[in-house]
Design a binder for this molecule. Structure first.
Ligand SMILES: N[C@@H](CCC(=O)N[C@@H](CS)C(=O)NCC(=O)O)C(=O)O
Length: 222
């Protein structure tokens, strides 16, 4: 069994990786990162991930970054966890990775613009239009998710890492005021996800992380 350490921050996209780790049932260590204290910019952290971002998964001490790659590796190491749809077909596997890449690049980028438009332009008067553009993009993306979930509990029919990522997106966007509840199937998906033991465990871990950060006066989320 490989030794696993996941670097995470409460509320951030590392939630998808943590949910997947929980779904594997493998023991792992969760390493809290304080963005406010710039723990993701220390030389030690940058040696693990020069991009200064989480998630990072240490596998026997070796760092792996990017959610898509982490999920792909976890799926290879723990094939029974169902992180990717079962297939012996290289094209079908590539399709599943394509869906996950869309979530972790396109959807993630829209969430970031909705939450932090000020990071994308120094012009205060342009913040609202950056946000509005991202909100429009999220509506388009949610229509795709809604159609996919109309007749299925899970993106691929059976639960997979894609559902973990979509759960983070819906929750994060709602926290930023995006009206996800207008999309009935996606909202029901979010509620189904909230009932999974893996998700409950991760939310409890993040709550503990939040308390830790608050005690340090370092509460901030990205
Ligand atoms: N493409 C990366 C995105 C990672 C990412 O943007 N992480 C954010 C949190 S959601 C982060 O670490 N931000 C800290 C920073 O940029 O300083 C992935 O899918 O893993």
């Amino acid at each position: 069994m490989p030794e696993l350490t996941a670097f995470y921050a409460p509320g951030s996209c590392s939630r998808a990786t943590l949910i997947c780790l929980e779904e594997t049932g493998a023991p792992y260590k969760a390493q809290l990162v304080s963005f406010m204290q710039r723990e993701n910019r220390t030389p030690e952290f940058l040696a693990l991930n020069p991009k200064g971002k989480i998630p990072v998964l240490l596998v026997d001490g070796k760092p792996l970054t990017e959610t898509v790659a982490i999920v792909d590796w976890l799926n290879s190491a723990f094939p029974d966890a169902g992180l990717m749809p079962p297939t012996g077909d290289a094209f079908a596997k590539a399709k599943a990775l394509s869906d996950l890449a869309w979530a972790s690049s396109a959807l993630h980028a829209l969430i970031a613009r909705v939450r932090f438009p000020m990071m994308y332009t120094p012009l205060a008067e342009a913040h609202e239009s950056v946000r509005a553009g991202a909100v429009a993009g999220l509506h388009d993306a949610y229509r795709i998710v809604e159609a996919r979930l109309a007749d299925s509990d899970w993106w691929h029919g059976t639960w997979s890492a894609q559902d973990a990522y979509l759960y983070w997106v819906w929750t994060r966007a709602a926290e930023a005021g995006f009206p996800g509840e207008q999309f009935a199937a996606y909202t029901a998906h979010n509620q189904r996800m909230g009932q999974r033991a893996s998700v409950r465990a991760v939310l409890a871990l993040e709550a503990e992380g939040d308390r830790n950060l608050a005690a340090r006066g370092a509460s901030i989320s990205i």
